[in-house]
Every structure is written in C-alpha cells, then in structure tokens.
Ligand binder design. Structure first.
Ligand SMILES: NC(=O)c1ccc[n+]([C@@H]2O[C@H](COP(=O)([O-])OP(=O)(O)OC[C@H]3O[C@@H](n4cnc5c(N)ncnc54)[C@H](OP(=O)(O)O)[C@@H]3O)[C@@H](O)[C@H]2O)c1
Length: 250
C-alpha cells in the first residue's frame, strides 16, 4: 500500500520537524528524496544519510523560499537530478505568534512571503519538472489555524488560510495532469513550538483541548503525505486533510 518505489520527490523544509519526518517516510516507501533546507546544512545532510541508509537515493538542496531566484536554483537542481519531479511537498514555513498590536510592518509580509508566496513560487517553479512525471502530485502544508481562528498569530493564520485556497485553486487549474492536496496539522512537537510543548501548563492545555488526548508528532503527519502522493490517491485532489487529533472539531 502507498508504495512510492522509484519516484522522485522534493520536500522543502526537510532538515527538521515535520518535513524531516515526511522525507524519511517517503524514503521508507521507496521514493528517492530531495532534502531541502535554508540554513541547517548539517541537519539536512543527516536526513540524507538516513535516507541512503534506508536504501534510497537522496540529495540535499538549499535555498530561501522568500527569494524567487533562490527557489529557481534549488528547484532546478532537484528537477535535473533525475530529469523530473513526481512529487513536491512544500513544508518550509515559519510561525509568528503575534496578534494585531504586536505585528510590525515587516512581520506580516515576512510570514506571508515564506508560508504563502513561498508555497506558490515553489510549486510554480516545479511545474516543468512535474509535467515530466507520469502521475505527479503536490502536497502543501497548512495548519489547523488555516480554517479555525485562534487569538494571536494573525499573519500565520492569514497565510495558512491562503495556502488552503491556493491548494484548491491549483488543484483545479492543474487538473487533470497534476493533483494538489494539503495537510493541515494540529499541534505537533517540533522546534517551531518548542516554547509551548516545553511549558508544562501549555503542554497540558493543548493535550486536553485535543480530542485524541495528546500532542502530535511529526511522524503522525508523514504517512498522510505519503498517501496523498501515492497512486492510491489518484482520484483525490483539492483536499485539505486535517491531521490534528480532532482539535478542529472543537
Ligand atoms: N509544528 C506544528 O505544530 C505545526 C502545525 C501546523 C502546521 N505546521 C506547518 O508545518 C510546516 C513545518 O513546520 P515544523 O514545525 O516542522 O517547523 P520547523 O521544525 O521550524 O522547521 C521549519 C523548516 O522550514 C525551513 N524553512 C524555514 N524558513 C525557510 C525559508 N525562508 N526558506 C527555506 N526554508 C525555510 C527550515 O529550514 P532550516 O532548518 O534550514 O532553518 C526547516 O527545514 C510549516 O509550514 C508549519 O507552518 C506546523
């Protein structure tokens, strides 16, 4: 089930956190993986080494998703590696927990440029390589905050809502050749929210608010991405799939 043998997938933001878990899961499914990072070369290389140990091919590319030329460069390197991309997963992202009063002039645009425009430009730049695949698929990464409002993190919520509608718009525009779906994780223990899960009160509050009773791990998200990239999902496009322990039900 959900075999990805011989496929070639670029995972942005896969040096750590959710992207790392996705890269490793795709490797377990047989996919060759392009591991991407912005600054953490050592951690990206460690992910590459784990993938090679698991028996697939892997390479590392780097670049800033807020910079169009940089995206062009790393996507070209990824696409020319095997002459095509069968999948692109846009995990690279940042979080700012600021509300309306604390969000400065650059804070809003920097989150939008990374999380929303970075997603769009990565997919746009990947198109020539995705079109060379027989069954290409894209998975974007939203958040439970893409459709459910919370206090604070105004720019992040706006960006993730944008990612969800972008996913639907791209799914329609790129059908029938390229499928485009999103995952919307709930609270996942990564560097992004280390302050939260290391704080006992906040940690307990999130676990209590999550119907399935605990924080998510990056490994909870990765198999869902594997499914969305697989041929078993061949008739699934434009979907935003919550991977959130049920917190969106609240
Ligand atoms: N953690 C959660 O609870 C949660 C919940 C819902 C959604 N998400 C989403 O899931 C995705 C991954 O989150 P995470 O928690 O795994 O984050 P993380 O541990 O902070 O990792 C972020 C990744 O994105 C890369 N990155 C950040 N800014 C970049 C930029 N400007 N250009 C290129 N790469 C950049 C980082 O590269 P370097 O290592 O080189 O810095 C790293 O690989 C994000 O889109 C996030 O919004 C997370």
């Amino acid at each position: 089930m959900f075999d990805l043998s011989g496929r070639v997938v670029l995972v942005t933001g896969s040096s750590r956190g959710i992207g790392r878990a996705i890269a490793l899961e795709l490797g377990r499914a047989g996919s060759n993986v392009v591991v991407h990072h912005r600054a953490n070369a050592a951690r990206a290389d460690a992910v590459r080494a784990e993938l090679v140990k698991a028996g697939v091919e892997a390479r590392v590319v780097s670049g800033d998703v807020t910079d169009l030329e940089s995206i062009g460069r790393f996507v070209r390197t990824a696409g020319e590696w095997k002459g095509r991309l069968d999948g692109v997963v846009t995990t690279a992202g940042v979080y700012r927990g600021t509300g309306i009063e604390e969000t400065g002039p650059n804070d809003f645009s920097s989150v939008l440029r990374t999380d929303l425009e970075g997603t769009f430009r990565t997919v746009q730049s990947s198109l020539p390589y995705l079109r060379k695949s027989v069954r290409p698929a894209v998975v974007t990464v939203s958040s439970v905050l893409g459709a459910h409002a919370g206090v604070g993190a105004v720019a992040y919520q706006a960006a993730k809502a944008g990612v969800e509608q972008l996913t639907r718009a791209l799914a329609l525009e790129l059908a029938p050749r390229i499928r485009v779906n999103a995952v919307a994780p709930g609270f996942i223990r990564t560097d992004m929210n280390r302050g939260g899960h290391e704080d006992p009160k906040y940690r307990a509050m999130v676990a209590a608010a999550t119907p399935l009773g605990r924080w998510g791990e990056p490994e909870d998200v990765a198999p869902v991405v594997r499914y969305l990239l697989s041929l078993e999902a061949d008739w699934v496009t434009g979907l935003v799939l919550g991977v959130d322990g049920g917190i969106a039900l609240r």
